[in-house]
Design a protein around this ligand. Structure first.
Ligand SMILES: *[C@@H]1O[C@H](CO)[C@@H](O)[C@H](O)[C@H]1NC(C)=O
Ligand SMILES: *[C@@H]1O[C@H](CO)[C@@H](O)[C@H](O)[C@H]1NC(C)=O
Ligand SMILES: *[C@@H]1O[C@H](CO)[C@@H](O)[C@H](O)[C@H]1NC(C)=O
Ligand SMILES: *[C@@H]1O[C@H](CO)[C@@H](O)[C@H](O)[C@H]1NC(C)=O
Ligand SMILES: *[C@@H]1O[C@H](CO)[C@@H](O)[C@H](O)[C@H]1NC(C)=O
Ligand SMILES: *[C@@H]1O[C@H](CO)[C@@H](O)[C@H](O)[C@H]1NC(C)=O
Ligand SMILES: CC(=O)N[C@H]1CO[C@H](CO)[C@@H](O)[C@@H]1O
Length: 441
């Protein structure tokens, strides 16, 4: 609800409106707004030609804190050159940093304590996105373990089996179901949920009210932030919880959009529960054919690929139909496929050499992006972000001093599984989509 913003923001809102009317520069990077099932920027249709770039704040931090701004600048310039206009990024990661699988160094090593070097990385990234004419979807939490955890101060986290058996599988102490139940307590375990949600709200507040040290802008008044996303894949979150958190965000910024970050895999009821609140501006879907057992990454046959394409058609059409029914935009904000490694099914351990071809992946990307574009032409989708951009990073890179290799695949997944390198043939598929969707239907 746009009318619920807090009083103290009123004067900034008025000045923002005046600025928007008077400053051409401001309009160029104006806030993204929602008109029915479409996004607009300064009155013109705005479609997402996007990438996932969760590692951005760490890459943008100072070299001594594990970043590499030369690389970041190269990568953003490359993404801009192929027509990418939106990056989905993380603005949350929790310590302690001796836990497995995590983004290191973390943004928040312990509750309420921030690593200013990583926050400065986030400042730098947001400023750089503005310079490259991109917007950001800023993710504030994560259901999964690769960026940290809040509940119970990390005691006995039942880490699920890693998708990569080596070298970190020995940290896994639980099943996916056990981890799911553990994380779900964030919403509904009375013994911790008031604390975890207060810590979460404190975090949201700290991020949204931050003043960027590079350009002086307040985050909650910076149009480079198209949207705040409650969490990466909040699983079956209670409707009231989603609405309450979304409202908390809206009260701190009436102009930036709010979304939840779900996959849509649980079907219409969950999609509706998550997105029907007036506090949620647009809907999201994530599509994972291998992880969900549709696509067999050991099988090079065209029928295997075809089953992935058919499933994608059905899944995306369903999400699109639900979103249109609710009168809100829909963004496919994650999808991906493995390279043509045809893993040995009895030994799924695989290092994805960047020289491995991507024939299935390229066909899959093209099929999905053409469907997204076709739907967009009649307002039934608002665009897509592929998962994920690795840029100039390769699995074989020497880990930095924090033992991290920054590529598009998080630590719990095989390096190179889903990432797109700057020199992949997939890039031309993405470029074709980006240029046609951004240049209008
Ligand atoms: C907003 O959507 C309505 C209904 O589709 C349309 O008639 C109108 O032109 C749109 N406004 C802009 C500024 O595109
Ligand atoms: C930083 O990135 C650049 C560009 O990708 C690369 O050439 C350089 O080796 C990187 N620096 C370090 C120390 O990794
Ligand atoms: C897991 O295995 C790695 C590599 O063999 C080893 O360095 C590490 O100490 C092991 N960790 C645990 C918790 O056993
Ligand atoms: C996946 O494909 C491989 C290679 O054709 C086959 O050996 C394996 O049984 C398949 N796995 C499943 C679950 O169908
Ligand atoms: C899409 O919805 C139809 C009708 O409810 C259902 O039969 C189908 O399984 C759904 N597709 C996917 C991929 O979930
Ligand atoms: C991209 O560059 C990497 C590293 O140099 C190389 O291994 C790979 O074969 C290249 N990919 C293509 C498609 O040329
Ligand atoms: C969920 C929870 O109880 N978190 C606590 C973890 O420990 C820190 C520091 O002692 C507390 O501030 C948190 O409230």
């Amino acid at each position: 609800m746009k009318s619920l913003f807090i009083i103290s923001l009123t004067s900034t809102i008025v000045s923002a409106q005046i600025l928007a009317q008077t400053s051409a520069a401001y309009q160029r990077f104006g806030y993204i707004t929602v008109n029915g099932t479409r996004f607009l920027q300064n009155g013109e249709p705005y479609y997402i030609a996007g990438a996932n770039y969760w590692q951005g704040m760490n890459l943008a931090s100072d070299f001594s804190w594990g970043g590499n701004r030369t690389r970041l600048e190269n990568e953003l310039a490359h993404l801009q050159s192929i027509g990418i206009n939106n990056l989905r990024i993380m603005a949350a990661s929790e310590g302690p940093d001796d836990q497995p699988f995590r983004m290191r160094p973390s943004l928040m090593p312990s509750p309420g304590i921030y690593n200013e070097h990583i926050l400065t990385g986030l400042d730098y990234l947001l400023d750089a996105l503005d310079k490259h004419s991109m917007t950001a979807v800023v993710t504030l939490n994560n259901y999964w373990h690769w960026s940290g955890g809040w509940a119970d101060n990390d005691s006995d986290i039942p880490y699920p089996p890693s998708w990569i058996p080596y070298p970190v599988n020995n940290y896994s102490t639980g099943s996916y179901d056990e981890f799911y139940d553990y994380a779900y307590r964030f919403y509904d375990d009375d013994t911790i949920s008031s604390t975890t949600n207060q810590l979460f709200k404190n975090h949201i507040n700290a991020i949204m009210m931050r003043r960027n040290t590079i350009n002086g802008k307040l985050y909650n008044e910076d149009p480079v932030i198209m949207a705040w996303e409650i969490a990466n894949e909040p699983q079956l979150a209670p409707k009231e919880w989603t609405s309450e958190i979304a409202k908390f965000i809206r009260q701190r910024s009436p102009y930036q959009l709010v979304t939840a970050g779900i996959e849509g895999k649980y079907g219409f009821e969950d999609f509706w529960n998550t997105h029907s609140s007036t506090e949620i501006d647009y809907t999201t879907c994530h599509l994972w054919v291998e992880n969900w057992g549709i696509y067999n990454a050991s099988d090079s046959s065209s029928s295997n690929l075809q089953s992935a394409l058919d499933y994608a058609d059905s899944f995306i059409s369903n999400c699109s139909g639900w979103a249109v029914g609710m009168g809100k935009p829909m963004v496919l904000e994650e999808f991906g496929m493995a390279r043509d490694a045809w893993r040995d099914p009895s030994f799924p351990l695989y290092k994805y050499n960047p020289g491995t071809a991507t024939t299935h992946k390229d066909t899959y990307y093209q099929h999905i992006l053409q469907l997204i574009q076709k739907l967009a032409s009649h307002g039934a989708s608002a665009g897509a972000n592929f998962w994920a951009y690795s840029g100039d990073g390769y699995p074989s890179d020497i880990p930095n001093s924090f033992d991290m290799v920054w590529i598009g695949d998080p630590q719990h997944e095989p390096r190179g599984w889903y990432g797109v390198y700057h020199n992949d043939t997939t890039v031309s598929v993405i470029k074709e989509y980006a240029q046609s969707i951004v240049n209008g239907q």
